[in-house]
Ligand binder design. Structure first.
Ligand SMILES: C[S@@+](CC[C@H](N)C(=O)[O-])C[C@H]1O[C@@H](n2cnc3c(N)ncnc32)[C@H](O)[C@@H]1O
Length: 271
């Protein structure tokens, strides 16, 4: 298990909320409001960021099931969300797709998850959901694009190394990294779903200095593992980049994509 840090997840949550494409959230909410007994399953829930982002926009009777394989993150989700009667929590490894608790669920939600998954996983996931006529809202899939307003000569090499690492196995097969949104779109469209995608970039300036610093620190291990940039070069780049956060007009944009795939209205999509 890779293990996501709670403080990293809480640091990124406001930027994620800001970045989510509002149009896709509106489409999702419209679809959920039409359901007589609305029920959502959030996979890879972490500490419950997706629930906190969406819940106020959904009908109060919406049932939520939050699922993760990391017991510490689940515990944090329970502590944050509390014992609301409409919310359940389960520990579950997504490698066991066949036993995902999907009874009565109309839409599976996920945030910052599918870039960790393989194309094979997405194919099997889409086929499974298609059999059940269940949709998916997959937000904040990293798309491989990072832009800094103040350029450094090593930016391209560092991002390239980082993106190579994004494609390594995180426990669900060779990870899609920047290709996650495209894979979801292809597989769900192949089952006749109506698929919409939208960009959901983080737009960071000095007001997000802590998130920017943590994001930059997160390059160290992956880039050293992959190589392509020497340790000295990387450390010098990090010092320069962290100092640049406070420069006038400094901005950093990190590309993400959101995907909403819903079964066509004339009955469940099939495989
Ligand atoms: C980047 S975090 C995102 C968490 C949360 N959705 C959010 O937006 O803050 C990815 C999450 O996927 C979970 N995860 C990764 N692999 C998993 C697996 N095989 N089964 C279940 N959960 C998994 C991690 O424990 C982590 O909570």
């Amino acid at each position: 298990m890779s293990g996501f840090d709670k403080s990293w997840l809480s640091l990124r949550e406001p930027a994620d909320r800001q970045a989510r494409d509002k149009g896709l959230v509106a489409d999702l909410c419209r679809y959920v409001r039409k359901q007589p007994e609305p029920s959502l399953l959030d996979i890879g829930c972490g500490t419950g960021s997706t629930f906190r982002s969406l819940n106020r926009e959904l009908p109060p009777e919406t049932q939520w099931h939050l699922l993760d394989y990391d017991p510490q993150l689940l515990q944090a989700a329970v502590a944050s969300i509390g014992a609301a009667p409409a919310v359940r929590f389960s520990q579950h490894d997504l490698n066991d797709l066949a036993h995902l608790p999907l009874d009565g669920v109309q839409v599976v939600t996920a945030s910052a998850l599918f870039d960790l998954c393989s194309d094979r996983f997405c194919a099997a996931f889409a086929a499974h959901l298609a059999q059940l006529g269940c949709g998916v809202y997959a937000a904040l899939n990293y798309d491989g694009q990072v832009f800094w307003s103040h350029a450094h000569p090593l930016d391209e090499a560092v991002v390239a190394a980082f993106n190579i690492h994004q494609r390594t196995d995180k426990g669900l097969g060779p990870a899609l990294g920047p290709d996650a949104a495209e894979s979801l779109e292809r597989h769900f469209a192949g089952h006749g779903f109506s698929v919409k995608t939208a960009e959901s970039p983080w737009q960071m300036d000095r007001n997000q200095a802590a998130l920017q610093r943590a994001f930059l620190e997160g390059f160290r291990e992956p880039c050293l593992e992959v190589g392509g940039v020497s340790e000295n070069e990387l450390e010098a780049w990090l010092i320069w980049r962290i100092a640049a956060i406070d420069r006038p007009e400094s901005r950093c944009i990190v590309g993400h994509k959101d995907v909403l795939a819903l079964p066509e209205v004339n009955g469940p999509a099939s495989g």
